[in-house]
Design a protein around this ligand. Structure first.
Ligand code: NAD
Length: 505
């Protein structure tokens, strides 16, 4: 069923709300092929940021559940039910998994929106297809990758091959819960590993639902497990576990650093980290289309409520066009006014939870006290709905050393910084502990390439923002992380490299 029937997809707020009342929400963990509550019976409530309503009880897993999942994952790996399948067979199952995600797209999109507040239109048109694509693309690639033969003397054969690592724990954040999970589980499963997925406590619903779809697709018991719960309980237990071979993570830089410590304190498990960002978006006066640049700069800070690791949160504008460009951005931001997340026309949804909203409001206050000029937004709105909404916010006159320019806010707060020369722009852009992404807008091919080369970032976009695809690696320089998600490069993280040398008699 590669092309799901979309004719029944709701088209209005009322229709999505009606569908929401029919959902049965699963809150249990999934271990060894079955849903179950946490070993100690602990639960927590997941609350919708749309209106503060209680969605359901979620299993709050801990060390005992981590142990049970690791045993199941290890047994499945050793038995070879998945790890020793031909790549073409794993491919077929994973493609079926992708098809099931597409076929259940309305439900998955709705779970994502209810759980973390993003607009339903984006959940349906971006999150669901991107998750299915990540799994399908990776599955399709896995029976087309080859090992190597070394350059040897005539009486020797040197074979260089890749083998699955074993048990992989994947700890993911709440901003794109399904997409972030798919970037980990697709290459981990495709290469034959057993996987334990720990979703964020702020957005566990889609990960839990994915387990049933994985089972339906034919992934054997123990190969894919889902443990909802907190970072300091089940997340830490997985990170310190002596029988987890590889830990992959997307989340904050603070937690990423802690995971490296946990790996060192335990079994030196491989640790691959995708962490925070404070990405510079550099607009030169000779940008080919200032209106387009402004529209994308607005989207770069307002899409997903600014809760995006690659958010273009530092806008570097050449001084000669700064006033004009700020006018264009403010105009572009009128299309990003927060609204009800279940209204298909909404472009900007709710902030994931009270703590994140408080953080954003606090940073808006910090920007004002640091002397930056608030030129747009700055207020919490729609409080009467019981939901968590904030206006997209723009500060002008920002100095790169201010906290609003150097610290990741993870909300729709834009800092505008002026520059005169390309050298100055590059120096400001690179003056950050992060190096996830950057963009440059110019009609001059020399400026474009010179600046792109000089930027210390894992992704650089020229004359657009947030490009990329499954075909390209994604990840950060500096404290934005190590290793890469997506593309064939992702396979490196989930495999050990083996050299087998044969001496011919
Ligand atoms: P977070 O670091 O607070 O949490 C991420 C995950 O780690 C959650 O599942 C959490 O429960 C878990 N965790 C927390 N403490 C832990 C511990 N001590 N041991 C083990 N696990 C622990 O991040 P978040 O608030 O969920 O997400 C926002 C962050 O994610 C931002 O910094 C953002 O830039 C980053 N992010 C990065 C990328 C990327 O690809 N580079 C993509 C999306 C988000």
């Amino acid at each position: 069923m590669p092309y799901p029937d979309r004719s029944t997809t709701p088209t209005s707020l009322a229709e999505w709300q009606a569908l929401a009342t029919k959902l049965t929400l699963e809150g249990r963990a999934y271990v060894n092929g079955a849903y179950r509550w946490a070993s100690h019976g602990e639960t927590f409530l997941t609350i919708s940021p749309i209106d503060g309503s209680e969605l359901t009880e979620i299993a709050s897993c801990d060390q005992a559940d981590a142990d049970a999942a690791v045993i199941a994952a290890r047994n499945a790996f050793e038995q070879g039910v998945w790890s020793q399948l031909a790549p073409s067979k794993r491919k077929a199952v994973l493609i079926r998994f992708a098809e099931l995600i597409e076929a259940n797209g309305d439900e998955l999109a709705l779970l994502e929106t209810l759980d973390m507040g993003k607009p339903i239109g984006h959940a349906r048109a971006v999150d669901v297809p991107a998750t299915a694509r990540a799994i399908r693309w990776t599955a399709e690639a896995i029976d087309k990758v080859y090992g190597e033969l070394a350059a040897t003397p005539h009486n020797q054969i040197g074979m260089i091959s890749r083998e699955p690592i074993g048990v992989v724990a994947a700890i993911v954040p709440w901003n794109f819960p399904m997409i972030m999970a798919s970037w980990k589980i697709a290459p981990a499963l495709a290469t034959g590993n057993s996987v334990i997925l720990k979703p964020s406590e702020k957005s566990p619903l889609t990960a839990i639902r994915l387990a049933a779809l994985a089972e339906e697709a034919g992934i054997p018991p123990g190969v894919f497990n889902v443990l909802p719960g907190y970072g300091h309980t089940v997340g830490k237990a997985l990170a310190l576990h002596m029988d987890v071979d590889c830990l992959v993570f997307t989340g904050s830089t603070t937690v990423a650093k802690q995971l490296m410590v946990y790996a060192g304190q335990s079994n030196m498990k491989r640790v691959w980290l995708e962490a925070g960002g404070k990405s510079p978006n550099i607009v030169f006066a000779d940008a080919p289309d200032l209106q387009k640049a402004a529209a994308e700069a607005a989207s770069a800070i307002a899409f997903n409520q600014g809760e995006v690791c690659t958010a273009g949160s530092r806008l570097l504008v050449q001084e000669s066009i700064r006033a004009e460009f700020i006018g264009l951005i403010r105009e572009a931001l009128t299309t990003w006014r927060p609204g009800h997340p279940l209204d298909p026309a909404t472009t900007c949804g709710a902030i994931v939870d009270q703590a994140q909203l408080d953080r954003i409001i606090e940073y808006i206050g910090i920007g004002q006290s640091e002397g930056a000029t608030l030129v747009e937004g700055g207020q919490r709105i729609m409080e009467d709905t019981g939901g968590l909404f904030v206006q997209p916010t723009v500060f002008d006159g920002v100095n790169n050393r201010m906290r609003i320019a150097s610290e990741e806010i993870f909300g729709p707060v834009l800092s505008v910084i002026g520059f005169k020369t390309a050298e100055e722009a590059v120096a400001i852009a690179n003056d950050s502990i992060y190096g996830l992404a950057a963009a440059v807008w110019t009609s001059n091919i020399n400026t474009a390439h010179k600046v792109a080369k000089a930027l210390r970032a894992g992704s650089v976009w020229i004359n657009h923002y947030d490009g990329g695809d499954m075909t390209a690696p994604f990840g950060g320089f500096k404290q934005s992380g190590n290793g890469r998600d997506k593309s064939l490069h992702a396979f490196d993280k989930y495999t050990e490299l083996k050299a087998t040398w044969l001496a011919l008699e």
